[in-house]
Design a protein around this ligand. Sequence first.
Ligand code: NAD
Ligand code: MG
Length: 394
Amino acid sequence: MIKRSLTILGATGSIGLSTLDVIRRHPDRFSLFALTAGTRAEEMATLCREFRPAVAVMADAAAAARLQELLKEVPETRVLSGEAGLCEVASSAGSDTVMAAIVGAAGLAPTLAAVRAGKRVLLANKEALVMSGQLFMDAVDRCGAELLPIDSEHNAIFQCMPPDQVRDPRAAGITRILLTASGGPFREYAAEDLRAVTPAQACAHPNWSMGQKISVDSATLMNKGLELIEACWLFNTTPEHIQVHVHPESIIHSMVEYADGSVLAQLGSPDMRTPIANGLAWPERIEAGVAALDLFAIGRFHFERPDVQRFPCLRLAAEAFAAGGTAPAVLNAANEIAVAAFLDGQLCFTDIPVIIERTLAATEVVSAGSFEVIFAKDSEARRRAGEQISLLAV
Ligand code: NAD
Ligand code: MG
C-alpha cells in the first residue's frame, strides 16, 4: 500500500468536503499536505484545526489575512494567498496527489500546475479540461501526470474500460459511450414554465447535493454539455460515439458499449465519495462511507432522450466542440457569467442559453495554440457575455 500525500484544491466545497470525509476514514493511507479555498476563511480555519495541513491557501488576499489571524494556535500551518499560492501547493514536492475541485475557470492554472509537476491529478474541475482540451491532454502526456476522472459519469466510464486502453477506445473494441444524465430538477417542466424558475429551485437537485454553479448547470443541461466535451478529451473520442441517456434515478453513472454487444455499466448510490475514493485509491478499492445500493427499494430504471428544444445548452456545447479551437473556452466563460447573473437575480433561467449563444456568435474562434490564448479568450468572452446581459436588460 502506497501512503499518499494530498493537496485539495477547493477544500471547502462540496467535492473538497467529500474528499476530506474519505481520507478521514483512512489515516494510514493518506496524509494531507495542503488545503485551498476561495474566500471562506472561517470554514478553512475549522478544517485546518482538524487536519493540520502544512500549507493553507486562500485565493483571496483579505481572506488569507483573516485565516492567518484565525490560525494563531495552529503554527504548523503556513498560510499563502492568491493564484501563485494555489499553483505553488499544486506543484509542490510536498504532495504526490492533487484533488482538483475548484469550480470553474479559476481552477485551470492550479490544475495545470499539478499536471506539469507530474502529479496524480484527480479531476473534478471539468471546466479546466473543457477550456483547454488538447493542450491540457498534451501536458498530461508530456509531464507524465496520472489523470483520473472524478466526475461520476467519467469515473464510471473509466471503470468500465480496460485501464490501459482508456485513450484508445477503438482498439479496446468500444463502439459507444452511453453518458447518463439525471435530467435535472426541471426535466418534466413545460417549456413555458421554465422562464420563471428561481435560483432556489434550480439549486435543489433531486439526486445530488452539489455546489451552486454545477447545480444550475445540471438544471440547464449545460453540465451534460460540459461532460460531453470532457468525455471526448478524456477518452479520445468524438460526440458521434457518445449518446446522452437521461436516467432520472441517477443510479447507473454511465455505460460503455463494446463491439460484441456487451454494455458495461457502473452503478451506485448517488454519492461523490464513490468516485473520489476510486480515484484516491486506484487501482485498489477502499471503504468510502457510501450507503449500499438497495435495488429492491429503487425497483425500476428509466431512460429518455434529452430534449434539446427545452434545454439548448447541450446542443450549444456539442456545437462549440465541433467548432474547435477556443470555442469551448468561450462557451464555458459565457456560461459562468450567465449562471452567476441568474444566481444574482439579473437573468431569467431561459436566458442562460441565449447569452451563451450570442456570446459564441460575437467572439471569433481562433486556434487554441497556447494557454495564453485560452486565458485571453476566456477574458474576452466574459466581457462579451456581460455586454450581452446588459443588452438583454434594456
Ligand atoms: P463548490 O462551489 O461547492 O466548491 C468550490 C470550491 O472552489 C470551494 O472550495 C471554493 O472556495 C473554491 N473556489 C471558488 N472560487 C475560487 C477561486 N476563484 N479561486 C480559488 N478557489 C475558488 O463546488 P463543487 O460542487 O465542489 O464543484 C467543484 C468542481 O467539481 C466543479 O468544477 C464541478 O463541476 C465539479 N464536480 C462537482 C460535483 C459535485 O457533486 N459537487 C460532481 C462532479 C463534478
Ligand atoms: Mg457529472
